[in-house]
Ligand binder design. Structure first.
Ligand code: ADP
Length: 599
């Protein structure tokens, strides 16, 4: 594997507030700043009516009940009702508004991340399993949303409320206020101590979740292989070990959180007891009114709720920061260099004839071990080339460099005299039709699998491509024809039909160059014959490069390139290469086709 860093390395800081990350989030938040401001306004109003309620109770007791003065008690009760209704309305509105902002932000962030992913070089996807990337775009983005809906803004609102309550307490009675707040310093100290532990646990949980997703994805995609090779038990064990580690990390996190909230609960009871004692004495001594005493109890209750939630909010923020870190790391991954912006159309070949040149190309996937060494060749327009070599010789790599999924470490790949790096990728890929063994079909219709939704390809172009490869006959048999839905990964199509669809897709733009990776998997003879005929037909008039496994393909080629351990070792026609004494092709041919199969 690569020595380059991947998103996998979770060097997450675990801060609950990381100014650098918040700053980076700003561009995403700005479009929704009005909603956030509104939410904050609503929250302050909410804090206001909450602080008001105990005060009304105090008034009712001191000015009416204690002194047996019923006049005005009714309107106080009404006012109290109004405060309750206002609290309900404000809470509802505040949640809606916050969600509106939060969902907006994560929608934009997710779109940005998706668009970014689409432009990342193929090498990136070698290093980052799909499951992990899925986590970034789903649960990581989701945790960021929580930073808005139950994190940052609520912390601010809680602070406003706490300060409001503290002020009222001091206004009512300084001594009792000090008693009520005495519990604050130990609470803060405790949360500070537990915080470090929690941070560690949560970081571990995040990392394990993405490993869980990665393993799950791998197993689901490879389920058939797992079943065919009877690997269920081994895979289950592997999954189980990650799952178990995740459970343990979660439990560790929960332990600290429970400890914190239990202690907070205890502290609040202790405070109430202290208030009963100190407040009772004060009341009996006539220093405070009974209403004040009741209000103190009420306020103390309201004071502790946000304190208890603080640890939860803290966790939310921490998770969100970890998530943000990972999303930004993804967004910071350099995209595949695309010359589209800088090169302009001046760099495009004047005419596309389909001449391909590899000029001293050396390439390594991971910088250390080159898989292609100093490979040079020229393919003339219209020439038909077969590439042969042992598995791992570098044949597929050659193709990947041609279509610029990867770029040469040294040397140049040219199409019609222009370095493929200087060509907008989209232009390059319109000129080279590729059919790989891995016939990937997308969810959608048969037609959309040919055009891949490209607006430049109308229904006519789609039909022409299908007809050119003879796919139209089987498509016509479907009830909905081109609109027939393709099941996930094309499970409602036969191997041959899938292959034909991929041929049609490769030909949709009528490219001057065609690249084929000949299937090694055997299909039935009838299908094989049909595919061979199709291949013959579609190669007419195009430059063709075929990673060849069939003798017929090799014999029909104008030239055969023989790759061995990443080097181009022989080149010539089938007949010429067979003549080379001690030639690699000769050996390969003997082994692969033997004399018996040489019909
Ligand atoms: P062939 O198509 O001739 O079987 P490839 O071009 O697929 O060979 O592979 C050439 C070498 O490059 C092999 O040793 C293979 O292990 C290595 N290789 C192929 N793809 C990757 C990749 N994505 N990352 C790292 N190494 C790779």
């Amino acid at each position: 594997m690569s020595t380059r860093p991947s998103l996998a390395e979770d060097d997450t800081r675990g801060k609950a507030y990381d100014a650098r990350l918040i700053r980076r989030l700003l561009p995403f938040v700005r479009p929704y700043s009005r909603w956030l401001a509104l939410a904050l306004g609503l929250l302050v109003a909410l804090a206001g009516v909450q602080v008001l309620q105990p005060w009304l109770v105090k008034l009712a007791i001191d000015e009416h009940i204690s002194i047996k003065q019923p006049g005005g008690l009714g309107s106080l009760a009404l006012l109290f009702m109004a405060a309750l209704i206002a609290e309900f309305g404000l809470r509802f509105a505040q949640m809606l508004v916050l969600e509106r902002a939060g969902q907006g932000v994560i929608h934009d962030l997710r779109s940005a991340a998706f668009a970014h992913l689409q432009r990342l070089p193929a090498a990136f996807f070698d290093r980052n399993p799909v499951g992990r990337l899925t986590t970034h775009l789903t649960s990581d983005v989701e945790s960021l949303n929580e930073a808005f809906t139950s994190g940052l803004v609520l912390i601010l609102a809680d602070l406003v409320k706490l300060i409001g309550i503290a002020v009222v307490l001091f206004v009512m009675d300084v001594r009792l206020a000090l008693t009520a707040l005495a519990v604050l310093p130990p609470m803060l100290l405790l949360s500070f101590l537990l915080r470090a532990r929690m941070r560690h646990a949560y970081r571990e949980i995040r990392a394990l979740i993405s490993r869980l997703n990665g393993s799950l994805q791998e197993n689901l995609v490879g389920m058939r292989v797992v079943q065919m090779f009877g690997r269920e038990a081994a895979q289950r064990e592997e999954f189980e070990s990650i799952n178990e580690a995740h459970k343990r990390a979660e439990l560790r996190g929960v332990r600290f959180e429970s400890l914190f909230s239990a202690i907070a609960e205890l502290m609040s009871s202790v405070t109430l007891a202290a208030l009963v004692w100190a407040g009772g004495e004060q009341y009996l001594a006539g220093a405070v009114t009974f209403g004040t005493l009741v209000a103190f109890f009420e306020y103390a209750g309201k004071f502790f709720a946000p304190l208890q939630e603080l640890s939860q909010r803290y966790t939310v923020m921490q998770t969100a920061m970890v998530a943000a870190e990972r999303i930004f790391r993804l967004l910071d991954t350099p995209q595949a260099p695309d010359a589209a912006a800088s090169a302009g159309t001046g760099m495009l070949p004047k005419e596309t004839r389909g001449e391909i040149v590899f000029d001293r190309v050396t390439f390594a996937y991971d910088e250390t071990k080159p898989v292609l060494h100093d490979v040079s060749f020229r393919i003339a327009p219209g020439e038909r080339i077969a590439v042969v070599g042992w598995t791992g010789a570098g044949k597929s790599t050659l193709i990947r460099l041609l279509v610029r999924l990867y770029e040469p470490t040294e040397g140049h790949v040219r199409l019609d005299g222009v370095d493929v790096r200087a060509m907008p990728v989209e232009q390059l890929r319109r000129r080279i039709g590729v059919v790989l063994q891995d016939n990937y079909l997308f969810a959608g219709s048969i037609g959309s699998n040919i055009t891949l939704g490209d607006p430049r390809l109308d229904a006519d172009a789609m039909r022409r491509a299908a007809e050119a490869v003879g796919a139209d006959t089987f498509i016509a048999r479907f009830e909905q024809g081109y609109d027939e839905p393709v099941a996930e990964r094309g499970s409602n199509l036969s191997v041959g039909e899938k292959q034909l669809l991929c041929f049609a897709r490769a030909l949709a733009f009528n490219p001057p160059v065609l690249v084929l990776d000949e299937a090694t998997a055997s299909v039935d003879p009838a299908t094989e014959a049909r595919l061979t005929a199709t291949v013959e037909r579609v190669m007419q008039g195009r430059t063709a490069i075929v990673i060849a496994h069939r003798l017929a393909t090799i014999q029909n080629a104008d030239r055969v390139l023989v790759l061995h351990r990443g080097r181009l070792v022989e080149s010539g026609t089938h007949a010429e290469l067979l003549m080379l004494p001690n030639g690699l092709y000769r050996a390969l041919h003997q082994l692969q086709f033997g004399s018996a199969r040489q019909a």
